[in-house]
Ligand binder design. Sequence first.
Ligand SMILES: [Zn+2]
Length: 227
Amino acid sequence: MGFWQELFPEPPLCINCGDTFVFSSLPRLCNSCLSEIELREEPFVREIEGSDSFFTLINSPLVYRGAVRSLLRSLKYDNSPEAALPLAEIMVGSSMLAKLLAGSSALVVPVPLASSRLKSRGYNQAALLAGIIASKFSLELDRNILKRPRETPPLYELSSLERKNVLSGAFSVDNSLSWKLAGREVLLVDDIITTGSTLREAGSLLAQKGAGNLLALTAAAVGKQDY
Ligand SMILES: [Zn+2]
């Protein structure tokens, strides 16, 4: 690095708006974008399709609007894994999450991607969020216990019955790791929740394989109208 660059380093660019900024309380996100972000103070409980929900609560601390919406979209569609960092940092700071995980020794499990999707995207956005959250709360993370042997099409355009059929058998549990589940609290993490079918399918399998209390956490909850 040259003398002048050392004296006047390039100011960082905000990953959301692209503006340069001098100071922000979050990595890679300017204060103006940060100020757009709204946190829910109370758990947002999404009714999960089907008669039996396996979750005690679905927690989605960020309101799907403004910078949250654009960061989640970049994370999922624009090859922008760095968007996970500010999102997870804000989630970690929510009082809802602190309450949910106080004293917990939950096993943190991200909703997996099928290997074809993982290859084309290069990363699993749910695993990035789960990794940061597990590390901040000193919880064990397991990215291998839950598998997704095949890809499923986008679910939001399907009827409830079609979703059920498409998701049937979409997940499996690695039997060599399933001992970790026995009676254990599990925190299943995904980027967003839409209908809840994916979380329900994954959660029912984890419960069947012995998991105790199941918690679900997504960055935000997305309505059909948001697509
Ligand atoms: Zn910005």
